[in-house]
Design a binder for this molecule. Structure first.
Ligand SMILES: [Zn+2]
Length: 342
């Protein structure tokens, strides 16, 4: 990006109420068949417009065509039985009824490639596309086939690489992998988590990002955050190895969180998507609050590597709140951009 401090979101934005029930995760679609296909496209256009109006520089799909950031991707693969369900503990935090891996997993068809081509045709701005990371994918499934978290993660990494290559060919500028699981399973992250992520980006020429956060503002996550104490040092576990990795951009949570800002020093040299918008509250940040977070981050990130963003996705928020937060983000970034040019 030539523009200093280009703004983006972590990925998801609220869906219009005619498409899916608002303020809900795994919200069921309100349309079917051809109407649903058309509705998703319309929502994608709307989401693009809302990002443009909100002053966002790096456009995402707002995840308008997916029900959930992990599940929807997995639904497109073979080897996973969505009828056969088991209860597992997600990220050591809450129980969920999840599908079962019953056979070798494979990507028999592209997942988001047509959506990406569609978005590409609508804007000249750089676009960023989010995919789930291998470790977060295995954490959302019951594995009755490989019986090894690591083996399954390597299989998913291969599949993600196939999708990522086609997204790149469709004109996506940044491919992001969402790995909230990196803030939980530290040994796995360092033993094979980052390695599988590098497998997922193998051969890509576009930029790559990993998004590591403390989750959506849902109750299971806010309850978990209460147990983390006054200083959240989880990033300290994954950052040293990520700094050495081939990933270009690290997307992280900073606004209102208890993450000590100086941890960013551990990824010096990487581009950093700094979360300057809290997604766990309906209170809209002021531009000055956003600017403060960015100024703070600038102590540890060079200005040309700082990408103002949101802590996480905004799917569960009311639309007007998300819209207000987009405006605050771009206004806050503009303040700091101005200061840097003085
Ligand atoms: Zn997130």
């Amino acid at each position: 990006m030539k523009k200093l401090l280009p703004t983006s979101t972590a990925g998801s934005l609220p869906k219009p109420s005619w498409l899916a029930e608002p303020e809900t995760l795994w919200s069921p679609w309100r349309l079917e068949g051809e109407d649903l296909r058309e509705g998703k496209r319309d929502a994608l256009l709307l989401s693009l417009k809302e990002q443009e109006l909100g002053g966002i520089d790096i456009i995402s799909d707002g995840e308008q065509t997916r029900q959930h950031f992990v599940t929807t991707f997995i639904e497109h693969l073979s080897g996973v039985d969505f009828e056969q369900r088991e209860t597992v503990r997600i990220r050591d935090r809450y129980d969920a009824n999840v599908p079962t891996v019953v056979d070798a997993v494979a990507r028999t068809k592209p997942v988001f490639v047509e959506d990406a081509k569609f978005l590409r045709a609508q804007t000249k701005q750089p676009i960023k596309w989010a995919l789930p990371g291998p470790m977060t994918m295995i954490d959302t499934l019951y594995d009755a086939h490989y019986k090894s978290r690591e083996k399954l993660a390597w299989e998913f990494a291969k599949i993600l690489n196939q999708e990522a290559k086609e997204l790149e060919a469709a004109g996506v500028d940044i491919i992001q992998f969402d790995e909230p699981a990196f803030n939980v399973f530290f040994d796995d992250v360092n033993e094979w988590g980052i390695a599988t992520l590098e497998r997922a980006i193998e051969g890509l020429k576009c930029e790559t990002a990993v998004h590591i956060c403390y989750g959506y503002g849902i109750k299971a996550n806010t309850d978990w955050k209460k147990t983390l104490g006054s200083e959240w040092r989880q990033y300290e576990e994954s950052f040293p190895k990520l700094q050495q990795s081939k990933i270009d951009i690290i997307s992280l949570e900073c606004q209102n969180s208890h993450v000590p800002m100086d941890l960013i020093e551990l990824i010096r040299g990487k581009k950093v998507m700094v979360g300057a918008i809290d997604v766990a509250t309906h209170t809209i940040e002021t531009p000055e609050q956003v600017a403060n977070t960015l100024r703070n981050a600038l102590r540890f990130v060079d200005a040309d590597k700082l990408y103002p963003s949101t802590n996480c996705g905004m799917a569960p928020l009311p639309r007007h709140v998300a819209q207000g937060k987009l405006h605050a983000l771009s206004a806050g970034a503009a303040i700091v951009r101005q200061e840097l040019s003085n």
